[in-house]
Write a protein that binds this ligand. Structure first.
Ligand code: ATP
Length: 301
């Protein structure tokens, strides 16, 4: 591979929430000289680390992560696709100048599009996935797109389990602190407040204040039922997000992006059956190893 060619390559890891994009990106980044550019719409902000599912510094295994917890939402306001394009373009060229490969990871189709598209004259700010049908497929980088996919019914079961783990693992307290700080949804900074979990828990925290904590959640009928309502809305909206993310990836494939799909469904079935050993074997066989081969071939080209 010539230096010029290398300077234009980007690996893009796509997929809906919960499918293991971050895990795969760390595995790739520890195998190839590369650095990660976060393309998740909510993880670009500081704050709500558990609610938005950011990798902890320990989980990042020393891999350089860019545009992760990068913008203070109280200062930046909502980061538009156009602003993301500016920040991500500069980040990608800095990574290239270190003779390393950017690995863009997300989440957000419109952020990925903002980073890689050759034509971003009319930035997209809509939730209707049909915007993709009207864009030009041309790219300004040589892109290797990898899509980690999980059959939706299996993913939905997993997202329910993950949400309970998140709630018990700090999300409830994080949201309590958030509402303690901002009192209402509309007084919270634009952008970050759209994180799934924030609007869904507003009524709960307005009614009960930010009195924390786990066990108390389960005492009192009204408290219990409002908590359950918020939990269910959070789960439903997470599943809806996953569904929309998959729709958008399919549309991008439809307009001609060469996206390689890796099916992680069996991995998640094993995880749901609490067979973690099998899940890891399947992950390596169905996702990690094929992804390594794809990236290796791409970098050699
Ligand atoms: P669009 O701009 O078309 O809405 P997108 O592809 O740019 O879509 P998504 O990543 O699909 O953006 O995010 C859509 C919405 O999903 C966000 O506005 C937010 O409400 C929620 N969301 C996305 N990522 C997260 C996250 N990490 N944590 C919590 N909520 C999230």
């Amino acid at each position: 591979m010539t230096a010029t060619k290398e300077m234009n390559k980007i690996v893009v890891i796509m997929g809906s929430t919960g499918v293991g994009k971050s895990k795969l990106s760390i595995e790739l980044a520890t195998s190839f000289p590369s650095e990660i550019i976060n393309c998740d719409k909510m993880q670009v902000y500081t704050g709500l680390d558990v609610t938005t599912n950011k990798l902890t510094p320990r989980e990042q295994l020393g891999v350089a992560h860019h545009l992760l917890a990068h913008f203070d939402p109280a200062v930046s306001g909502e980061v538009s696709n156009a602003n993301f394009r500016i920040a991500a373009t500069s980040t990608a060229s800095q990574i290239h100048s270190r003779r390393r490969i950017p690995i863009a990871v997300g989440g957000s189709t419109s952020f990925i599009h903002a980073l890689v598209s050759a034509d971003h004259d009319s930035p997209v700010e809509t939730t209707n996935p049909d915007w993709i049908l009207s864009i030009s497929p041309s790219l300004r980088y040589d892109c290797c797109f990898i899509w980690v996919d999980v059959a939706l019914p299996v993913l939905f079961d997993y997202l329910g389990v993950r949400l309970d783990d998140m709630i018990n693992g700090g999300m409830f307290d994080e949201l309590a602190d958030f509402y303690n700080q901002y009192e209402t949804y509309t007084s919270a900074p634009e952008g970050l407040r759209k994180s799934i979990g924030v609007p869904e828990f507003e009524d709960y925290f307005r009614r009960f204040g930010s009195v924390s904590q786990g066990d108390e959640v389960l005492t009192g009928d009204e408290r219990k039922s409002m908590f359950e309502e918020a939990r269910k809305a959070t789960k439903d909206n997470t599943c809806e997000l996953a569904k929309m993310q998959v729709e958008k990836i399919k549309r991008l494939k439809g307009i001609g992006w060469d996206i390689r799909r890796l099916d992680a469904t069996e991995v998640f079935k094993a995880m749901l059956a609490s067979d973690n050993k099998r899940a890891l074997e399947l992950w390596n066989k169905d996702v990690a190893e094929p992804a390594m081969e794809i990236v290796e071939a791409f970098l050699k080209d």
